[in-house]
Each structure stands twice: as structure tokens, then as C-alpha cells.
Design a protein around this ligand. Structure first.
Ligand code: ADP
Ligand code: ADP
Ligand code: MG
Length: 468
């Protein structure tokens, strides 16, 4: 097993990985930007190295510097977390070239799956269903129009290198296609240095369902069931749950077998996620994320398997400890992403100092955060402050527990998405499983309803309620 591991990330996921390392008896090495000198991940690790000399924005993406620190700190492996360098094949290669283990899959797989178009083409060759769309990269409007005319509007223009909900535009007409194509190409070139885009049929009210897969270095593959992540804003996940509330056992098995088949076909040797879009009893491959995912926690809650520890064990060369028949799903889990954003002003980021920070606890509640009182939220990074996870024997119990915990979550200082999440837990369509990726757009009233919760979240200690 590794003796010392560098965590090339920040925030809640860095803390999550450091916790796993500590439980495994492995020393942890954190890296921190100027803005993160007083962050939780910096003080949680056994050692912490400054990334100074870089702006805070670029610090966690500096391959050369991170490898230099890894060598100076004498680590035997690097965990990339999610975002930042986690899906950069070049980083995985540079790490391994120094004789340091990259905690993730082989770099060829990262490269293949990092390009949405190549991944789509590969899936077609395996006979995996994909959404109807282009069979080649689109270079000009005529090509885009030709495909849109065949598959029909609306269409989705996607950057091959996109991720995190970025680099996508919907077009309902020829004019929108023309404008959207230019915009996505331009953004893709600026953000990823690659202007490759393709066009897909835009499915209007789908559900997002994904399968957690695991492969080791000895040809063992399992899946840990699915997660549903249909509650989204701007193609980004807001609430996730496991299992999905719509899959039948038959479809669950079909999707799980297909996901394992894909993992086998590429010789996948880490933990990963295969994302599908579900519409009317049919599902289509969206993309594969070759890293730990934000919402891995809910799968852990219903399987009892620590996915981060498993990922580290596989990278260290251990075989999988369990087989498919050992995986039993127990109960229901929901995750809410708590972001420093104002849900009442189009989710505008709300940076600033956190005055008070008291996450809830109690049976079935799990909190994963990378901040504490006194921490100053900057505008450099993702706005997610914490993830709140509720487990219940069934979906209704998980919802009631989540609602209770959201009510008890005290964050003073920045505005957060807690009031909106709370309102969603009370929503009849959410409770009766009537959801899709359009849920928030179709429930504008939630933003009104959330207002009544906005003042309640921080009034848990309400002195007027205390009777002498
Ligand atoms: P998950 O299902 O794990 O949430 P996401 O695609 O939402 O997957 O990405 C997780 C994190 O990584 C988010 O913080 C997101 O902003 C970031 N991310 C992933 N890929 C990219 C990318 N290509 N460009 C920018 N950010 C990304
Ligand atoms: P990212 O790398 O940004 O996560 P994905 O391909 O996973 O990109 O898509 C992100 C989200 O965008 C999906 O969860 C879904 O809500 C939406 N989406 C993607 N493709 C389609 C499609 N063809 N039709 C409708 N929605 C889609
Ligand atoms: Mg995705």
C-alpha cells in the first residue's frame, strides 16, 4: 500500500480524500493556493505545500509545479479528485513518468473518454445506444444545418472537450443553430484550445441516470447501481438520488450490464461513471467520467462501499474485494449540493466571509464540506461549499430527513442555495417522482416558495422560543 499520497485538489473532495487516506493509515499531502491558506483541506492533511507563484485561479492546474511538490514531499501516488487535472491524460502521463502512481484509470482511457465525440463514436462501434446526431465533427454551419434538418429541432450543440455543464447550447431554429454554433466553437477554443463541436438531438424532458462502475487491474468488473441526477440548473446537477425513482429492476439490470460491458471493453481499471440520458423507457449514452464523481456519496450510503478507498486500493494494485453478487442496495439516499449562490438572483455567486458554519447531524445525515467559520469564499473556484446527504429506509424517509437537516444547516455570511433545496423537498412533483432535467425551469414557483425559508435557516437558535 502507498505510504504517502498527494491530493491535487481543494475543497470538500480534498477533505474527503484526506479522510480516506487517514483511515487507511496513509499520510496525506495537501497543496494550497494563496486563497486557500486557511482552507479546511490545508489544515486537515499531514503536510501542506503552498502553490505560490501562481494566481489562485491557476494554482491547482499547474502540472509542473504539482509534480515538483510531489517529488519534494516524497509521495508514491497522486489523487486528482474531480475537476482541475482529474481528466487530463497529459497529467496522468506526466505523473507516471516520474514513477508516481496516478490514482485513476490508464491515460489512454482518460484521453478517449475526455473527448465526447470520440467516446460517442466508440460507443456506436460497441452497439451502445447514443442520442441521434452527427457522425463527424462539425466544421461549418452547412454541415450543422444538414444534420439538424435530418434529426429535427431542437438540437444541442456540444463541445467535444466540454465538461461541468459548460460548452453546450440548445438551438430551436436555424438562426439559433447558426449563432449557437459560433458561440460554442469560440468558447471551446478559448476554454479547451479545441474548437471541435458536434450536434445531437435535444431531448426535451429527459432524466439523467448514471451508473457507478469499478474495474481493477485483474479483469474484475462490477457496478454499484445507478444514481439519478435529474434536478439540474444550466446542465449542472443540484440534487442527486440513489437508486433512481423511475428504473424498473429490468431496466436497472440492462443499464448495469451495459455499463459493465463498456468498462470491460476499454479495460477500465479504476472507479468511473457512465452517464445516460433516459427518455420514455429508452436510455442513451451521454459520456463517461473517468474520475471520482461529486455524488459518489449516495452510492456509498446505499451499498456500504467506500468508493474513494476502493479507488486507492485499485491504484495500489490490490484486487477488488467484492463481486457483483455481493452488492446489495439498502434504502435510499439523496444528496443536495449547497452552493454559495443567490438562488433569487439567477444563482449569482455570493463570495465573502463565512461568519457562522454549523452543519447538521443525527441519524442518516452526512455532511461533506471544505469550509468553516472564518473562511473567506473567493470567486476563483466552483461555488459548491458542501454536500448534504440523507439516507432513509425509503425515498420518503430520506426526503423528510433531508428537509429536517436543511432546516438545521446554519451558514451565515454568503447567500446559499439552502432555501431552494428546502422548497424542493416540499414540492409535490418531486415527492411523487415526477421529475426531469427541466424540473427547475418548469417550477418557477419554487423560487417564490423558497423565500419563506430564506430567513428560517439561520434561526434555529431562536431565543423567543425559550420559555423562562
Ligand atoms: P459530476 O457529475 O461529478 O458533478 P461534473 O461534470 O458536474 O460531474 O463535474 C464535476 C466538477 O468538475 C464540477 O466542479 C465541474 O465544474 C468540474 N468540471 C468537470 N469537467 C470540467 C471541464 N471540462 N471544464 C470545467 N470544469 C469541469
Ligand atoms: P458534461 O460533461 O457537461 O456533464 P453531459 O454530456 O454529461 O456534459 O451533459 C450534461 C447535461 O446536459 C445532462 O445531464 C443533460 O441534462 C444535458 N444533456 C446532454 N445531452 C443532452 C441531450 N442530447 N438532450 C437533452 N439534454 C442533454
Ligand atoms: Mg456529465
Amino acid at each position: 500500500m502507498f505510504k504517502r499520497v498527494l491530493v491535487a485538489n481543494r475543497g470538500e473532495i480534498a477533505v474527503r480524500i484526506i479522510n480516506a487516506l487517514r483511515e487507511m493509515g496513509i499520510e496525506s499531502v495537501a497543496i494550497y493556493s494563496d486563497a486557500d491558506r486557511y482552507a479546511v483541506h490545508t489544515s486537515s492533511a499531514d503536510y501542506a505545500y503552498a502553490l505560490n507563484g501562481n494566481t489562485s485561479l491557476e494554482a491547482y492546474s499547474n502540472i509542473e509545479k504539482i509534480i515538483r511538490i510531489a517529488k519534494a514531499a516524497g509521495v508514491d501516488a497522486i489523487h486528482p479528485g474531480y475537476g482541475f487535472l482529474s481528466e487530463r491524460a497529459k497529467f496522468a502521463e506526466a505523473v507516471e513518468a516520474e514513477g508516481i502512481k496516478f490514482i485513476g484509470p490508464k491515460s489512454e482511457i482518460i484521453r478517449l473518454m475526455g473527448d465526447k465525440f470520440e467516446a460517442r463514436r466508440f460507443m456506436l462501434s460497441l452497439g451502445v445506444p447514443v442520442v441521434r446526431g452527427s457522425n463527424s465533427i462539425i466544421t461549418n454551419f452547412e454541415e450543422a444545418k444538414e444534420i439538424a434538418d435530418i434529426i429535427g429541432y431542437p438540437v444541442l450543440i456540444k463541445a467535444a472537450a466540454g465538461g461541468g455543464g459548460m460548452g453546450m447550447k440548445i438551438a430551436y431554429s436555424e438562426e439559433e443553430l447558426k449563432k449557437g454554433l459560433e458561440a460554442v466553437q469560440k468558447k471551446a477554443l478559448a476554454d479547451y484550445g479545441d474548437s471541435s463541436v458536434f450536434v445531437e438531438k435535444y431531448i426535451e424532458r429527459p432524466r439523467h441516470i448514471e451508473v457507478q462502475v469499478i474495474g481493477d487491474n485483474y479483469g474484475n468488473y462490477v457496478h454499484l447501481g445507478e444514481r439519478e441526477c435529474s434536478i439540474q440548473r444550466r446542465h449542472q446537477k443540484v440534487i442527486e438520488e440513489a437508486p433512481s425513482s423511475i428504473l424498473t429492476d429490468e431496466l436497472r439490470k440492462k443499464m448495469g450490464d451495459l455499463a459493465v460491458g463498456i468498462a470491460k471493453a476499454v479495460g477500465y481499471n479504476s472507479v468511473g461513471t457512465i452517464e445516460f440520458i433516459y427518455d420514455n423507457g429508452e436510455f442513451y449514452f451521454l459520456e463517461m467520467n473517468t474520475r471520482i464523481q461529486v455524488e459518489h456519496t449516495i452510492t456509498e450510503m446505499i451499498t456500504g462501499i467506500d468508493i474513494v478507498k476502493t479507488q486507492i486500493e485499485i491504484a495500489a494494485g490490490l484486487p477488488l474485494r467484492f463481486k457483483q453478487e455481493d452488492i446489495k442496495l439498502n434504502g435510499h439516499a439523496i444528496e443536495c449540493r449547497i452552493c454559495a449562490e443567490d438562488p433569487f438572483s439567477s444563482f449569482m455567486p455570493s463570495p465573502g466571509k463565512i461568519i457562522e458554519f454549523r452543519p447538521p447531524g443525527g441519524f442518516g445525515i452526512r455532511n461533506e464540506s471544505g469550509v468553516t467559520a472564518g473562511y473567506e469564499i473567493s470567486t476563483y473556484y466552483d461555488s459548491m461549499l458542501a454536500k448534504l446527504i440523507a439516507w432513509g429506509n425509503d425515498r420518503a424517509e430520506a426526503i423528510a430527513r433531508m428537509r429536517r437537516a436543511l432546516q438545521q444547516y446554519v451558514i451565515e455570511g454568503p447567500k446559499t442555495t439552502i432555501p431552494l433545496l428546502w422548497a424542493i423537498m416540499d414540492n409535490e412533483d418531486f415527492k411523487s417522482k415526477n421529475i426531469s432535467t427541466k424540473f427547475l425551469e418548469e417550477h418557477k414557483e419554487l423560487f417564490e416558495e423558497a423565500k419563506k425559508f430564506a430567513d428560517q435557516t439561520t434561526t434555529l437558535v431562536n431565543l423567543s422560543k425559550i420559555k423562562e
